[in-house]
Design a protein around this ligand. Structure first.
Ligand code: GLY
Length: 344
């Protein structure tokens, strides 16, 4: 009897509760996998709270898709610089939101340039489930949300965002560019913390449920003080988020233009399909971004990837120091991990 089959029988007799905290080994890959099932991981410090929302679903045997929606809704509700309606606005003073979601069947939905809706991730899910399309943008996305029963909020900036915007207006510096020549632009300033680290700019989450299915979600207000209409990687399937239920899932954070140019998360998942561990796959994708710049100085550019595979192994990697992600696979295990990075 194969190891895999033996384990399935053991897991069946041990019951669902043992799946929550237990390690799962798979003979299906060349490496001996030491993962966890269920498991949820998400980007940045905000991932700790987001994971709690997801874990409430996963610990009860719920679907990964529900977990990744519930999880990032926690962050959309929090007052944060970079996710949800409390976030920093674009250069014209409007908060515009991008989000995407993908399930275990390869279905996906996303919204871009969405205004005055509190939970873009749930609108993205409705796009996936209620329309024959993948992406809705701008006023059309907003109209669809309202038709679906979402409340149109007043569009006022949060106190923190108003303060940050008024401060930014004093100089109105804006040189966003993925070009390395301009990488010291203020476009990343809002992400820089006084200690030299980076604040989170996106909540990206991927989860494996007790049934062995993988899903992912990603939601953001994008780059602070961006050109009106700018859309980043988060709502673009294969850039900010990708799920392949035969392999695993990945999500991205950081400078979206860089992620889009290499189809970042699709790349990570393809590397995992070739047998790489999630961390190695994330590292390879980061290196691809760096290579594209042919030795240019990228020390002020951050991109981070996180990924899980079907065995419940996980990993993350950033271009520079400071990227972290939260990993939860038991009631008492929700841990913040500082990712390895490519540039010292
Ligand atoms: N990664 C989020 C953005 O660039 O919009």
């Amino acid at each position: 009897m194969s190891l895999h089959r033996r384990q399935m029988i053991q897991l069946g007799t041990l019951g669902l509760s043992s799946l929550f905290a237990g390690k799962v080994f798979s003979a299906g890959t060349k490496r001996l996998a030491t993962g966890h099932k269920p498991i949820v991981i998400s980007t940045w410090d905000a991932g700790i709270n987001a994971n709690k929302g997801a874990w409430n679903v996963l610990r009860n045997g719920g679907r990964a898709l529900d977990a990744v929606e519930q999880g990032v809704m926690v962050t959309e509700n929090e007052q944060s610089c970079c996710v949800g309606l409390g976030a920093n606005p674009d250069r014209d003073g409007f908060v515009t939101l991008d989000a995407s979601i993908m399930d275990e069947n390869g279905n996906c939905g996303s919204v871009a340039f969405l205004e005055r809706i509190k939970h873009p991730i749930s609108v993205a899910r409705r796009v996936m489930e209620k329309t024959p399309h993948v992406m809705l943008a701008g006023v059309g996305a907003q109209q669809f949300a309202v038709e679906q029963g979402f409340t149109l909020e007043d569009g006022k900036l949060s106190d923190d965002a108003k303060k940050a915007y008024e401060e930014w207006l004093k100089k109105s510096e804006y040189k966003p560019s993925a070009n390395i020549e301009n990488s010291k632009s203020t476009s990343f300033a809002p992400l820089r913390l006084p200690n030299g680290g980076f604040n989170h700019d996106t909540i990206g989450m991927v989860a494996l449920d007790a049934h062995g299915n993988v899903s992912g979600s990603c939601t953001t207000s994008g780059m602070a003080f961006k050109v009106r209409g700018r859309v980043g990687d988060s709502p673009i399937i294969g850039a900010g988020l990708f799920v392949d239920n035969e392999v695993g899932a990945a999500t991205a954070t950081g400078l979206g233009e860089e992620v889009i140019k290499v189809c970042g998360t699709h790349l990570v998942v393809e590397y995992m399909a070739q047998g790489m561990h999630p961390e190695e796959a994330c590292k390879k994708a980061v290196e691809k971004i760096i290579r594209r710049h042919k030795g240019g100085d990228m020390k002020d550019v951050q991109v981070g990837f996180i990924a899980i595979n079907k065995q419940g192994e996980y990993g993350g990697y950033g271009i520079v120091k400071g990227f972290n992600y939260a990993v939860c696979y038991a009631d008492d295990h929700n841990e913040l991990i500082y990712a390895k990075y490519a540039l010292p």
